[in-house]
Design a binder for this molecule. Structure first.
Ligand SMILES: Cc1cc2nc3c(=O)[nH]c(=O)nc-3n(C[C@H](O)[C@H](O)[C@H](O)COP(=O)(O)OP(=O)(O)OC[C@H]3O[C@@H](n4cnc5c(N)ncnc54)[C@H](O)[C@@H]3O)c2cc1C
Length: 508
């Protein structure tokens, strides 16, 4: 029989979608004292928010499209997010090799001048001009270039940290819970929800946020039975991961003949991340895969800049995501705005607001969340101002993860440096929790491979909603890139753990 349940609490806010926008809104709402419920159909960050280029950036290219508002906001967010999560958001120098027939040097200089000055910048180094002597990784005919700063981020961990921040202030976060439908009744939203085991329940809330990313239109029309003034344009973007292309910490921004740009970014120590593409997408966003054309395109542009020539056999991994962009333009997919739009409506009496998120970037998630709360302010009397600019995300209450690594090694001399380093940059100050009570490596439990111990697996299950090997190896960490054997060991451990739990009598 179907397990029907009703949660009696009336939440101030319910959020559909556990990507960066949904979790960011939940974190912002709870920090302002709103009781908040969030449901995510799959794992947190399962979709677009784990398939990005992993940049917190102003978006140099958006200047060409005159997106001043977006670029200014995004540039300023870089240093704010570096402060909130210094272990996840790291400064990154980008080299732009100069190809005079693609963009003139004066145009690039102007763009970089604006990039340096449009948003607040105190810590990130300014741009500069470069000359190459043919010795570096780039092809010898490239003799000049430019250098500027942006940041990299662990995209899916940023989502998890926002979900944790929300939970720590009282939000109820429910991954693997599908919002089947929702309707307004007597000034409240009623949501009908289904967990992956088939059990169902419902919740009520004063306001509803639709942060379903590529499914935002499906939620409006099919789940809520509403009309929408705006619509989405779904645009696929894909990435390749190859063995590290070059020495050094610098990333590259490569201009293409089609006026698009492609990044080549040092990734997880041993790899280079190459992407992305822009192509209109009309199928199920959950089923998006890189196409042969995209592979050829990305390999082609990399090979036109780097001495090291890549073949298909060099590809270690690829991933694709679907951008849920506001449909504002009939032109090429690459030119559609990356800015966000918040659509608000209410019932006939002006109650039960529904706010739907169209578009957005990882970079601007915090400002999108603040603007969401501002849009909903009329329904929440006495809503305090935001303090999220100065509040660290969980584990972010530290200034330098490198110092944390040394401190960990001082206190736990038996800890391998590579493990301390990975934990400091993944968990920040929460890494101490992984070490609590351990006196030697054996205290971290069974070693499943590549520095993954069962202590960490248990932490991820208990604290970060992980359930499957994929949740752990691809979203909570990126260890899946390193060894297929680890995957099998982790599957085995999780299966054993589940069997053991099923055999245990239920605790009272
Ligand atoms: C290739 C690519 C590269 C990018 N690179 C960058 C970058 O470098 N920097 C940057 O700032 N931005 C980048 N972006 C943009 C950024 O990744 C997205 O804007 C952002 O992740 C969108 O987040 P979201 O929360 O709106 O959507 P999602 O992450 O897709 O989250 C929406 C969630 O809603 C859930 N959902 C849907 N329907 C329901 C339902 N009925 N019930 C419950 N849950 C539901 C889905 O399962 C999904 O997890 C990139 C995007 C792509 C595709």
């Amino acid at each position: 029989m179907e397990n029907q349940a009703h949660i009696s609490e009336i939440y101030d806010l319910a959020v559909i979608g556990g990507g960066i926008n949904g979790t960011g809104i939940a974190a912002e709402a709870t920090s302002r004292g709103l009781s908040t419920y969030l449901c995510e159909r799959d794992d947190l960050a399962n979709h677009t928010s784990s398939a990005s280029s992993k940049l917190i950036h102003g978006g140099l290219r958006y200047l060409e499209h005159g997106e001043w508002r977006l670029v200014r906001e995004a540039l300023s967010e870089r240093e704010t997010l570096m402060r909130k999560a210094p272990h996840l958001v790291r400064s990154q120098r980008f080299i732009l090799p100069h190809r005079p027939h693609l963009r003139s040097a004066w145009l690039i200089r102007l763009g970089l001048f604006l990039y340096d000055h449009l948003g607040k910048r105190q810590r990130l180094a300014p741009s500069s001009h470069l000359r190459f002597d043919g010795q570096g990784p780039l092809q010898a005919d490239i003799t000049q270039g430019f250098e500027y700063s942006d940041c990299t981020v662990d995209d899916s961990r940023l989502v998890i940290l926002n979900a944790m921040a929300a939970r720590e202030q009282g939000a109820h976060i429910h991954p693997r819970t599908h919002c089947l439908s929702a309707h307004r009744s007597r000034g409240l939203w009623h949501l009908h929800l289904e967990r992956t085991d088939g059990s169902r329940y419902s919740v009520r809330a004063s306001a509803l946020v639709n942060a379903a990313g590529p499914w935002a239109m499906e939620v409006i029309t099919d789940r809520l039975g509403q009309d929408s003034r705006h619509s989405l344009r779904l645009v696929q973007g894909s990435h390749l991961i190859v063995p590290r292309l070059h020495e050094g910490q610098q990333a590259y921004i490569l201009q293409h003949e089609d006026r698009r740009i492609v990044f080549a970014i040092p990734y997880q120590g041993d790899f280079t991340l190459i992407g992305t593409t822009d192509r209109d997408y009309r199928q199920d966003p959950a089923d998006v895969h890189i196409s042969d054309d995209e592979i050829d395109y990305l390999l082609g542009i990399s090979n036109s800049y780097f001495k090291r020539q890549l073949q298909r056999e060099d590809i270690l991994h690829s991933f694709s995501g679907v951008r849920p962009l506001l449909a504002d333009d009939q032109g090429p997919a690459a030119n559609v705005t990356r800015d966000y739009h918040l659509q608000l409506d209410t019932d006939a009496q002006g109650h039960a607001p529904l706010l739907s998120v169209f578009g957005g970037k990882l970079t601007t998630y915090r400002m999108l969340a603040i603007n969401t709360l501002e849009s909903l302010r009329p329904w929440y009397t006495g809503l305090p101002e935001s303090d999220s600019a100065s509040t660290p995300l969980p584990g972010g209450d530290l200034s330098d993860p490198r110092a944390l690594v040394e401190e960990m090694l001082d206190r736990y001399a038996w800890l391998p440096r590579c493990l301390a380093t990975r934990w400091a940059w993944s968990y920040g100050s929460r890494a101490w929790r992984l070490l609590e009570g351990s006196h030697d490596l054996a205290g971290l439990g069974e070693h499943l491979g590549n520095g993954l111990y069962t202590r960490e697996v248990e932490y991820l299950i208990e604290q970060e909603w992980a359930m499957t090997a994929e949740d752990i190896l691809w979203r909570r960490s990126k260890l899946g890139l390193h060894s297929p054997a680890l995957q099998a060991n982790l599957h085995g451990y999780l299966r054993q753990r589940m069997d053991h739990r099923q055999l245990m009598p239920a605790s009272k």
